[in-house]
Design a protein around this ligand. Structure first.
Ligand SMILES: [Zn+2]
Ligand SMILES: [Zn+2]
Length: 326
């Protein structure tokens, strides 16, 4: 195996689960559509469901930032948004459930949507487990301990069970985790936020969440340019539509066309968009995805008139539970 990236949380800012009424409405619409298909000659339930677009069936997901980067030898977690709760449950089925687990968690920054799942991460409560936290920011320990302070959480931080160790990462300096090299680079966000470049064998994954990408030229990116270069797969912040982002200057989030421009310029092979706005319904995310396709079509036409063609790129709006491989 090369690198496998599991997406446990792709929503931005706040968890956004579907409300019961929304689920009921979706089931109602699906059943109505199924009857129409049946009246036209029949289709199996499985085939019918498989051809439904994401926004009409399972949706994009509501848990906030949490990504797991894996090779055969090591597993790293990036950010501890609400998505980390389910990941913790899965880890409890292995060595973590026996008090023999070693877990590494890297933080990009300390906004709530990247932290709030941590008090519900079960491996932290099992004596014998080792939990290692990493960040560039000096105040890592203070910000993690803060989550467990009374009256916000019943179990004090020093009574969690697992052995906890904090590690400082150095800006733009590689740290080796068995067979993955991780290098932090600064993103463009209201509070300092560090993206991570993961290199394993000859494959590169870049985590670029949360960022407004206000420094767009190579010159402005300066020392942080390598985060976007030689990349096989990038996760990129596309919380807003292109129109919304123009109205939300300095909110710290970006949009898919900016990610695509960057991907074309730096020859990034795959780009998946994450940090979906909690206020965006699944249909709205699908609409933004369509607008992104329209943008690409317009770019392809413009390139054609100049006798050029766009490089091939794999892209999409990420869905919770997705696994990407490079
Ligand atoms: Zn965020
Ligand atoms: Zn943030």
């Amino acid at each position: 195996m090369n690198m496998k990236i599991n997406l446990w949380g792709i929503r931005g800012s706040l968890p956004a689960p579907l409300a019961p009424a929304q689920i009921e409405e979706r089931v109602f619409q699906i059943l109505k559509l199924f009857l129409v298909y049946q009246s036209k000659g029949g289709i199996s339930v499985e085939d019918f469901l498989n051809q439904l677009p994401t926004h009409q069936f399972g949706g994009f997901g509501g848990q906030t930032a949490c990504v797991q980067v894996m090779t055969d030898k090591v597993s790293l977690i990036v950010d501890a948004g609400s998505g980390i709760r389910k990941l913790g449950e899965q880890l409890m089925l292995g060595p973590c459930g026996l008090g023999r687990g070693v877990v590494h968690i890297l933080f990009s920054h300390f906004h709530w949507d990247h932290l709030i799942g941590l008090p519900f991460f079960l491996p932290m409560f099992v004596p014998g487990n080792e939990i290692h936290f990493y960040a560039v920011q000096e105040d890592l320990e203070k910000n993690v301990a803060l989550l467990f302070q009374k009256p916000n959480f019943p179990v004090p931080f020093d009574q969690l069970g697992a052995k906890i160790t904090f590690h400082k990462l150095e800006p733009r300096q590689e740290k080796i985790f068995t067979d993955i090299a991780v290098t932090p680079y600064l993103l463009d966000h209201p509070d300092p936020c560090w993206g991570f470049k993961f290199t394993h064998k000859n494959k590169v994954f870049s985590y670029c969440v949360d960022t407004e990408c206000t420094r767009m030229s190579r010159k402005d990116m300066g020392l942080d340019l390598p985060l976007y270069q030689g990349v096989d797969l990038m996760l990129f912040d596309a919380q807003y539509s292109f129109l919304e982002v123009t109205e939300r200057i300095n909110w710290g989030h970006s949009t898919a066309p900016i990610g695509l421009d960057l991907a074309f310029r730096e020859n990034i092979k795959k780009i998946y968009f994450v940090h979906h706005d909690p206020a965006a319904s699944d249909s709205k995310i699908a609409k933004i995805e369509q607008q992104t396709q329209d943008y690409l079509t317009a770019m392809a036409c413009a390139a054609q008139t100049k006798g050029e063609s766009l490089p091939k790129i794999e892209w999409g709006f990420a869905r919770e539970g997705m696994t990407l491989q490079i």
